[in-house]
Design a protein around this ligand. Structure first.
Ligand SMILES: Cc1cc2nc3c(=O)[nH]c(=O)nc-3n(C[C@H](O)[C@H](O)[C@H](O)COP(=O)(O)OP(=O)(O)OC[C@H]3O[C@@H](n4cnc5c(N)ncnc54)[C@H](O)[C@@H]3O)c2cc1C
Length: 789
């Protein structure tokens, strides 16, 4: 290709020798394999090895776990959008849909979150029974073992709906279905373990928990000090090969009521009873909690939530060796098992709860903004409130798109470790912002806790979502790019494996073949980035027509820039990039916003490109592109080599900043569907629990519908007043009575208007309780309330 280009250039312009000499030297080196390896590859290989960040076996196993999916395309710089659009649309089967509409609805009705959290500090016994009987605790267990055998998407939808009723309820269901004994057994358990435990877990006869975290090992979970020593001991009256175990774990969800404890510990074999290796590494075992020496029962009290969570201890507890998950063969493989299972589960549990926070806040905050009037105006009409409503609206669209596509990825039988980390981090952060905005918009109605409050419990528990399954600061700063850049890069991971090859020559051969292709990849990214930057992305391929085409082009442009900037940064900073967390996190942000934007475009296409969604799609894409630009700019401004930062900035944004945040006009557009009873509002907030008129969400929803239905009457009243036919009374009741008396309203209209007004007044009320009840959660009944107290 290069030779043809030179010939053509020679025909058009003057012949110049230098490019031909360079090309000749390059070709000679390329074809003289031994010379190339010794003179070029070998020294580079040495430098590459010295630049690699030090990596222990737990870090390496974490890197190797999980799969690369659409993130790989986004990272490589030229995403194949057709591929993304061809992923099947995640959908519920009829059986799953029926379960969501019946069993999940029923379970939600059994649980009153205020009572659970404030009075009982536990779910009602009938809810626990129902969960066990209907298989809620075994959704991911295949039917052959008596489980529901649900897809990841169905699992996510169930958890999400439960979370709109009660966080304590959804966590209690989420944990047995996420990273825990069932998931580990399904992937690694022996046939005997599966046949024993899975049917019992599916029916709720066993309650599982999984204990990894301890006082000294939180984020750095690979550093657990809990120890198991292989030895012989007595079990059921016989001498048995086993493990003497000591552990001290905390924060363990379901531990206080668990019947089977999944435990991670480090395994030592000083007597060589299992083989030659003494330090076998992290190992996972299943231990019945009634086994001698196992301590469970005490509870922590996380943010006042009522789900079961507590510590577990054990000292010198002897367990038989075949209690290791997967048996003796899996001794020492626990870390990899955990990381692989986490890769999938992390994309379901917390993302589903985050989407639930968004959907509930969207639906009820929009409705409340219609119901609540100040200065004789619904507060949703004020521009300041509209600004916050727009964030709730747009981010909820983002959350639901991301929930659907990420759960769908897990159903494609892959364990996408990078996109699930992106989903965990960004979705919980978006949910935190949404619930804060929702609280602000509700004012005192959000702050006063009680039976009527549908926001405060979610607001209080938000730090839990931020902390668990990879605390967010760590996830952003260490995992998304740290893992993403290495796993998604088409060459770096394989080059690292070549560098770690104990056979030096084989490693060099492998590296040689990868390195030259890596150079080609780098050059093509550079050329593509330059052409896309200078044409403002307009020459990029458009996989669709219409307004979204522009966004695909801009995403390709940013993806190309990410590929180029990542390569240059890795080359420049090597292992230092891992320690420069704030720099690498920004590149991780770019990858995240590209992924988030993809999910929005896919959601839009999968829903048949509804016209009503277009402002939402544009809002999300504009916000994501703006944040991508910000992440890049902050990265360039903070690069230790300032001239390089300035040069990269010029290359990626030659005409200065290219993207802006959504305009006030677009904000206004997307808020309108929150304030009306429309198809988009229903579709975006489908599968949430609303309940009846006296349920916290139902009260708002019913008032909203009544007030919207009576809106023409409010106009009639206003027009009559303007025309001087009617004077406003001292109260609304007086006005309605006068409207009836003067013939402005018929009796039916007066009734309808009065009912809507009563519902509106009821919806804005807050709870008050006796002092005893506030103090104890038990004594003294809450005061009875009249409808419009
Ligand atoms: C309610 C609840 C339920 C839980 N359930 C379980 C369970 O069932 N089983 C279980 O095993 N564990 C469970 N956990 C533990 C949970 O996974 C840990 O809390 C989590 O891993 C963080 O550990 P830590 O709280 O000790 O925070 P720390 O590790 O002390 O971290 C403190 C802060 O430092 C940041 N940080 C740490 N290292 C880095 C780094 N290298 N770069 C940047 N930032 C960093 C973190 O992001 C965090 O912000 C639960 C925790 C809670 C609160």
């Amino acid at each position: 290709m290069a030779a043809v280009a030179l010939v053509v250039m020679g025909l058009i312009w003057e012949f110049t020798l230098i490019p031909w000499i360079l090309l000749g030297a390059f070709a000679a080196l390329y074809f003289l394999e031994d010379l190339r390896k010794d003179k070029i590859t070998q020294p580079i290989f040495k430098i590459f090895k010295s630049l690699l960040p030090p990596m222990n076996s737990t870090e390496r196993e974490a890197l190797e776990a999980g799969d690369v999916w659409w993130d790989g395309e986004l990272f490589k710089g030229n995403p194949d959008w057709k591929q993304m659009l061809s992923y099947p649309k995640p959908e519920l089967s009829k059986e799953e849909n029926d379960f969501v509409n019946h069993q999940v609805e029923e379970l939600c009705k059994m649980v009153n979150d205020w009572k659970v959290v404030h009075e009982d500090k536990d779910l009602p016994p009938e809810a626990w029974e129902y969960m066990k009987k209907e298989g809620f605790l075994g959704m991911i267990i295949p039917k052959e073992y008596g489980g529901l055998g649900f897809s990841a998407f169905a699992h996510s939808t169930v958890v999400s709906k439960l979370a709109t009723r009660s966080g304590s309820l959804s966590v209690s269901v989420m944990v047995p279905n996420s990273l825990g004994p069932a998931e580990l057994l399904l992937h690694y358990g022996t046939e005997e373990q599966k046949n024993h435990y899975l049917p019992r877990l599916a029916k709720g006869e066993e309650i599982p928990c999984f204990a990894l975290t301890g006082p000294e090992a939180g984020s750095d979970a690979g550093a657990i000090p809990d120890l198991g020593v292989v030895c012989k001991g007595e079990f059921e009256g016989k001498e048995t090969l086993g493990i003497r175990l000591s552990w001290n774990k905390r924060y363990i969800t379901l531990a206080p009521i668990a019947t089977v404890l999944g435990l991670a510990f480090k395994l030592h074999d000083p007597e060589g009873l299992l083989g030659d290796e003494e330090d076998l590494g992290i190992t996972c075992a299943l231990i019945p909690t009634d086994h001698e020496g196992v301590e469970v029962g005490n509870r922590h009290y996380p943010m006042g939530q009522a789900f079961m969570n507590g510590p577990t201890h054990g000292k010198d507890v002897f367990i038989p060796i075949d209690w290791i998950i997967g048996g003796q063969e899996y001794a020492g493989k626990g870390w990899r098992m955990l990381v692989e299972c986490l890769s999938a589960g992390r994309g379901i549990s917390l993302p589903s709860s985050a989407a639930a926070t968004g959907k509930l806040s969207y639906r009820l905050t929009g409705a409340y903004s219609v119901l609540r009037q100040q200065f004789k105006t619904s507060i949703g009409q004020f521009e300041g409130v509209e600004e916050a409503l727009a964030r709730v609206a747009g981010d909820t669209y983002q959350l639901e798109s991301m929930r659907v596509m990420t759960a769908g990825a897990v159903d494609l039988s892959c364990k996408p470790s990078v996109v699930t980390a992106i989903a965990k981090y960004h979705m919980t952060e978006l949910a935190r912002n949404i619930v804060t905005d929702a609280m602000d918009i509700h004012g005192g109605r959000g702050v006063i806790m009680g039976d009527r409050n549908y926001l405060s419990s979610g607001y209080m528990s938000m730090p839990i979502s931020i902390t668990v399954e990879g605390a967010n600061i760590l996830t952003r700063n260490l995992m998304i790019f740290g893992q993403g850049a290495i796993r998604c890069h088409p060459f770096v991971f394989r080059e690292m494996q070549a560098a770690n090859n104990p056979d030096e020559r084989a490693g060099l051969n492998e590296f040689d073949s990868l390195f030259f292709r890596h150079i080609g990849y780098g050059v093509s990214n550079f050329v593509r980035t330059l052409s896309l930057s200078f044409t403002a992305g307009r020459i990029a391929h458009k996989p669709t027509s219409g307004k979204t085409a522009y966004y695909y082009q801009q995403l390709t442009r940013m993806s190309s820039a990410l590929a180029m900037v990542s390569d240059i940064s890795m080359m420049l900073l090597g292992g230092e990039l891992k320690r420069k967390e704030r720099l690498s996190a920004r590149l991780g942000d770019v990858l995240s916003y590209l992924y988030m934007s993809s999910t929005v475009l896919k959601f839009y296409e999968d829903n048949g490109r509804p016209l009503s969604d277009l402002p939402y799609v544009e809002w999300c894409l504009q916000k994501n592109l703006f944040l991508t630009q910000k992440a890049f700019m902050d990265f360039f401004d903070n690069l230790p080599v300032s001239w390089l930062g300035a040069t990269l900035k010029r290359l990626v944004f030659p005409y200065g900043r290219a993207y802006k945040m959504p305009s006030d006009k677009l904000d206004h557009k997307i808020v309108q569907s929150m304030l009306t009873d429309c198809e988009l509002r229903d579709r975006l907030t489908n599968n949430i629990f609303i309940g009846e008129e006296n349920d916290p969400a139902g009260r708002i929803e019913h008032a909203f519908k009544k007030v919207l239905a009576s809106a023409p009457l409010a106009l009639k009243l206003r027009d009559a007043m303007k025309a001087g036919k009617l004077k406003a009374g001292r109260t609304k009741e007086d006005t309605i009575a006068t409207a009836l008396a003067t013939g402005v309203f018929t009796q039916e209209e007066a009734n309808m208007y009065a009912e809507a007004e009563a519902a509106r007044l009821d919806a804005i009320q807050v709870d008050d309780y006796s002092k005893e009840y506030i103090a104890t959660g038990k004594e003294g009944k809450p005061k009875a309330k009249s409808k419009a107290a």
